[in-house]
Design a protein around this ligand. Structure first.
Ligand SMILES: *Cc1c(COP(=O)(O)O)cnc(C)c1O
Length: 495
């Protein structure tokens, strides 16, 4: 049976998967959700023998029912190929009693590549299926990693343009260089004088601006989104949790049916939500441990049932998690209300007018699969150092937050269930903070000198993604205030 999509705010129903991917965000400002979460179509013992690409097809097909087998397989083949530096695509590494699911072997060395390698193909296929002849303008807010990964995916893809907004001063040096050296005649990058939440809120506002939509349509454009609010991001992210379980099974690390825990370093709540979907599809996941940095709005939410963004925004050494409005939480809230669009809308209205909302006891009980934790920058650095000294395994600052939160959880609860940590970025992407964690402050040194030293120390070759930007020219110099995003878009598109 065909699965359809509906808005979390009740305003839209019966949307096909390809339409939902094309539109990105529902017209009422809600996020698209499948009418049900399908179960895994293949038993785990079979999945244990499958390649990443085969697993991707098995997991994604039940969600993307209006894509033909040929279309979906074509998208998967183009996405998960030699762009990844390992055939396994998402390998597991065991260190310090944890299983690190390495999601950073793609083109931009962060986990965003897992979904953004395939999203452009899903979107251009969707455009063909729906006879869309307008040029698709992908608007994206980034906390640092989405922007580069989305541009890498959309660069020079016919029929698309991509505009990325990132917080000036709120990303790592490598992240900024990666974005500002991006080639492709259809790519634009804008630094905004604000934080990630400003960028994300601004993008959402542009989406629901009817006057702008009309102007765009007149000029032959239409917006879509590459942010994790797009269901075309969420679905490909479910794949690697299924794959991780299947690989643990085939490597003899677990018995079939044995529960595992999953710990995810979280910002916009997309990655951990994908893990929850994997659980609902039938993967034996017990606890979902949501790890935050000092912007611990999610930790407070899971502890108290109150979501409150009214607090100071802290710039940390894990900038991709510096977020106070976790957009994808809306999808979980929607499920916890029993898919009540009206109730979800009321809570989200409260979030935008007062910056806070509180869920009721029934909803809170629904969330019992989740537990929240957070790590300070010092705890993060200590974890990176300890793991490296004891095992020789080096993680980035985001993965360090997850590992620290997990260790704390294990000590406090005595829960010894085997645990997969989502390892979301290569340490090379956050070279300064990682080197400081293992060797102390390094204020004077050049970023690339640090990178070379990291390579000497770890004997891991410098990834291609970093070599590429060492001497690449800066191609993007746009900057705007947080209230000037609309003019900036108009200027870029010449409308
Ligand atoms: C985006 C990102 C995260 C947060 O993922 P969400 O899906 O937004 O929760 C964590 N770590 C890294 C390195 C990221 O790029």
């Amino acid at each position: 049976m065909a699965l359809s999509y509906q808005s979390t705010r009740g305003g839209e129903k019966g949307v096909t998967a390809s339409q939902a991917i094309l539109r990105g965000l529902a017209e009422d400002g809600g996020l698209y959700m499948p009418s049900e979460i399908p179960v895994l179509p293949v038993p785990m013992e079979k999945l244990a023998e499958m390649s990443y690409q085969e697993t991707a097809y098995a997991v994604m097909k039940p969600f993307l029912t209006d894509y033909t087998e040929e279309e979906l397989k074509g998208c998967i083949e183009k996405a998960y190929d030699s762009k990844f530096d390992t055939e396994e695509i998402a390998p597991l590494a065991k260190a310090g009693g944890m299983y690190f699911l390495e999601l950073f072997h793609g083109k931009t060395i962060a986990f965003k590549d897992m979904a953004l390698s395939i999203l452009p193909h899903l979107m251009t296929t969707a455009a063909k299926k729906n006879q869309v002849d307008r040029e698709i303008v992908v608007l994206t807010a980034t906390s640092g990693d989405t922007g580069k990964a989305a541009m890498a995916g959309f660069a020079d893809v016919p029929g698309t343009r991509i505009i990325v907004f990132y917080p000036k001063g709120g990303v790592s040096r490598i992240q900024e260089l990666q974005m500002r050296t991006q080639k492709g005649s259809n790519t634009s990058v804008v630094a905004i004088r604000g934080n990630f939440d400003d960028a994300q809120t601004g993008v959402k506002r542009l989406f629901s601006d009817q006057e702008l939509a009309k102007k765009l349509a007149d000029r032959g454009y239409q917006f879509s989104s590459a942010n994790s609010i797009n269901i075309g991001r969420l679905v490909p992210q479910i794949v690697y949790y299924v794959y991780a379980y299947a690989k643990l099974l085939s490597h003899g690390e677990i018995a079939d049916g044995e529960p595992i825990n999953v710990t995810v370093p979280t910002g916009n709540f997309g990655n951990i939500l994908a893990a929850y979907f994997a659980k609902r599809m039938g993967v034996p996941i017990a606890k979902l441990i949501c790890a935050s940095n000092e912007n611990k709005v999610l930790y407070d939410f899971f502890s108290t049932g109150k979501y409150d963004r009214n607090r100071e925004f802290i710039l940390t050494t894990s900038p991709s998690m510096d977020i106070l409005i976790s957009s994808n939480l809306e999808r979980l809230i929607y499920l916890s209300t029993g898919c009540d669009g009206g109730k979800t809308k009321d809570l989200m209205d409260s979030l935008s007018s007062t910056g806070a909302y509180t869920i009721d006891a029934g909803m809170k009980a629904f969330l019992s699969d989740f537990t929240g934790g957070y790590a300070t920058q010092e705890q993060d650095a200590a974890m990176i150092r300890e793991l490296f000294q004891k095992t020789g395994y080096l993680v980035d600052t985001h993965t360090g937050v997850a590992a620290a939160v997990y260790q704390d959880y294990r000590e406090k609860t005595g829960d010894e269930t085997k645990t997969v940590i989502a390892s979301t970025a290569s340490p090379y992407k956050f070279s300064r903070s990682v080197m400081e964690a293992i060797q102390g402050l390094r204020e004077e040194e050049d970023e690339f000198a640090l990178i070379d030293e990291m390579s000497r120390l770890t004997k891991i070759p410098v990834p291609q993604a970093v070599e590429e930007i060492r001497s690449a020219p800066i191609l993007h110099n746009r900057e705007c205030g947080r209230d000037e995003m609309k003019q900036e878009v108009a200027d870029i598109l010449g409308i």
